[in-house]
Ligand binder design. Structure first.
Ligand SMILES: Nc1ncnc2c1ncn2[C@@H]1O[C@H](COP(=O)(O)OP(=O)(O)O)[C@@H](O)[C@H]1O
Ligand SMILES: [Mg+2]
Length: 604
């Protein structure tokens, strides 16, 4: 069939359709240029994308792809507002499968920069070059060019000095761009992505079919090795992705990425579901990595709610929330460190081969070598996300390594048959079991037990009435906090009542600490609550209160325990929701498997 070589596919939307499009600022900074150009390249079915930048993109952004290219007429038409090949009518807005659809990005960036487009369709003999300054087309001519498209945007906002003033340093702009490039690398692992800054390659993500490979490149080895695969579906929604074990966390949400039909979006239900799923497993202010893809019929999701296309509305918001929640929980439950898993146990022994956490079925494909000059990339990212400088694992947690034992089994079964050998340094309980030797940190184990008791919904707190009520005089700022928390403290088993002028009477205490120095426990707890309240400038919510209480009530490192006490502790631990991690996210049990012990003695 003869192809009409001049014919294009771009149409200018009719005014009615154009009106229905959420209008607004598309180009805000170099990062927005990069984002829109990468989206265009992906919509053009590119498998290789190169992003070149000068001065954090302020001087130059060039995105080159090997996609379908444009006809000579389209190369000109694409610069008109509302000119797009992706939708034809308002109806199409309800079933968008492409990343772009407004026909606004190219004209917007062209009007505030010097823009040059070089493009060629594979079937054409010659390519087309279009040169445009501040929105006016200056030149169009035929050029020799490889198949695909290259768009160069120079001197962004050269004609809008007021806007240009708001651009930040090259380093900061580069930080924003690396974040965007990361997100695309994660959602499109099948695309070869290269990012260059001032003529140096600073990030390279070769194509792969494994999400873990990209995670390795983007977030590093720890993240990749501590990630778990998740997937599930409900009604029209299906989700898949990776979550980190609670032992891998970050100081912010920068590793929590949510995609709908492979479009990156922000969605508060997503964050809420994550927080719920990890509840009680993480230290305050730590955030796990969660990369979640939702696939759904495009008719059930509206992407036309915001100009940057970063927000979406689902037909059933809560169904999606609940699905994410249950799928993350399931993934965590399958992990030995994270919750009742199949394979015991977290170990802290150094030189153990680490298991391979392939997400998809193992392939013969290449293990991507992540060797480029990432320093600049990570420095830029660090600036943006305070990434790299932070400790990846919660400060107090040793690096937990998963050991696949020869005899996998449920941890609670293992604990049931394990035999207490004794206490070491009044801090650790040592047990033996068929699989090897278990070491339990008595404080965190007890913390978990107390936490579960206090946090359970249907709990009845066992309280002990004091024969002689205790009177507490508190410093002013502590008294103020306690006054606000009287009801919550009652719920935890402290019957506490204001007694005028910063004084309180306590008539009963939780039975758990009745025999101990409960006054000290309560004073410590109040002090901590006050600290939390003051440092966070808000009243501590129930979850944090329970975590703090559990910590204060728990037996301490250094407390001597009788054999009966140790046996009781182990059997109580068995029945908890998560015998692997304390509510702060520290490991409770480590295991030296028989195999490891034999190996250490050269008996293998
Ligand atoms: N890299 C590219 N390869 C092929 N065609 C492109 C490319 N970039 C843009 N186009 C064409 O130009 C049109 C306008 O692009 P744009 O202004 O970003 O709007 P939209 O992506 O919303 O359609 C697109 O619909 C597409 O047909
Ligand atoms: Mg576009």
């Amino acid at each position: 069939m003869e192809v009409d070589r001049s014919e294009g596919i771009i149409r200018v939307l009719d005014p009615v359709t154009a009106d229905k499009i959420a209008a607004g600022e598309v180009i805000e900074r170099p990062m927005s240029v990069v984002k829109e150009l990468i989206e265009n390249a992906l919509d053009a079915a590119a498998t290789e994308i190169t992003i070149e930048l000068q001065e954090g993109g302020k001087r130059l952004v060039r995105v080159t792809d090997n996609g379908i290219g444009m006809s000579p007429s389209d190369a000109v038409l694409c610069l008109q507002r509302h000119a797009t090949s992706k939708i034809k009518s308002a109806d199409d807005l309800f079933s968008i499968r492409t990343l772009g659809f407004r026909g606004e990005a190219l004209p917007s960036m062209a009007s505030v920069s010097y823009t040059e487009i070089i493009t060629r369709r594979p079937q054409d003999e010659f390519g087309t070059k279009v040169i445009c300054a501040g929105g006016t087309i200056k030149e169009v001519h035929e050029v020799g060019a490889p198949p695909g498209t290259s768009v160069t945007v120079r001197d962004l906002f050269f004609n809008l000095p007021a806007r240009k003033k708001f651009l930040r340093t090259a380093q900061t702009e580069l930080g924003h761009i690396t974040e965007v490039v990361n997100r695309f690398a994660i959602s499109h692992p099948e695309v070869d992505t290269t990012l260059m800054h001032n003529d140096r390659v600073i990030f390279r993500c070769p194509k792969t079919d494994r999400l873990t490979d990209v995670v390795l490149t983007v977030f590093g080895r720890d993240a990749a090795e501590q990630s778990l695969h998740m997937s599930g579906s409900s009604g029209p929604y299906s989700i898949y992705g990776l979550v980190s074990k609670p032992t891998y966390t970050k100081a912010n949400r920068s590793a929590q990425l949510f995609y709908v039909n492979r479009r990156f979006v922000r969605n508060r239900h997503f964050f809420h579901a994550i927080d719920e799923a990890y509840r009680g497993m993480l230290a305050q202010g730590r955030f796990p990595m969660v990369i979640c893809f939702v696939d759904v019929d495009p008719r059930l999701v509206d992407v036309n709610v915001h100009p940057t296309k970063m927000e979406v509305k689902f037909a059933q918001e809560w169904e999606v929330h609940n699905l994410i929640l249950s799928v993350i929980k399931e993934a965590l439950a399958s992990s030995p460190v994270a919750g009742g898993g199949r394979n015991i146990v977290a170990g802290v022994v150094g030189n153990i081969e680490r298991p391979n956490f392939a997400v998809s079925a193992p392939t013969t494909g290449s293990r991507r070598p992540a060797r480029t000059d990432f320093e600049e990339f990570h420095a830029a990212l660090a600036q943006k996300m305070r990434y790299g400088s932070e400790t990846e694992i919660s400060a107090s947690a040793p690096e937990a390594v998963i050991i696949q034992t020869e005899q996998p089994g449920e941890l609670s079964d293992i604990l049931a048959e394990a035999q207490v050998l004794g206490q070491v340094r009044n801090t650790y309980i040592v047990l033996q079991c068929t699989q090897g030797i278990l070491i339990i940190d008595q404080h965190v184990a007890h913390e978990r037990i107390v936490y579960d008791e206090l946090a359970s919904v249907d709990r009845k707190v066992h309280v002990q009435r004091l024969a002689i009520p205790l009177t507490l005089d508190l410093p002013k700022r502590e008294a103020l906090v306690v006054e606000h928390k009287v009801e919550d403290l009652k719920a935890l088993g402290f019957d506490i009542e204001p007694f005028g002028k910063d004084t309180f009477v306590i008539r009963s205490v939780p039975a758990l600490i009745a025999g101990k120095n409960y006054e000290q426990v309560l004073r410590d707890l109040i002090e901590e609550l006050t600290e939390l309240t003051v440092s966070r400038r808000l009243l501590v919510h129930r979850e944090a209160l329970i975590t703090a209480t559990a910590c204060k009530m728990a037996i301490k490192a250094g407390d001597r325990l009788s054999t009966e006490e140790m046996v009781k502790l182990v059997s109580d631990l068995r029945r908890t929701s998560n015998p692997y991690l304390c509510p702060h996210g520290r490991p409770i049990i480590v295991c030296l498997s028989n195999r490891d012990i034999d190996k250490m003695f050269g008996r293998t």
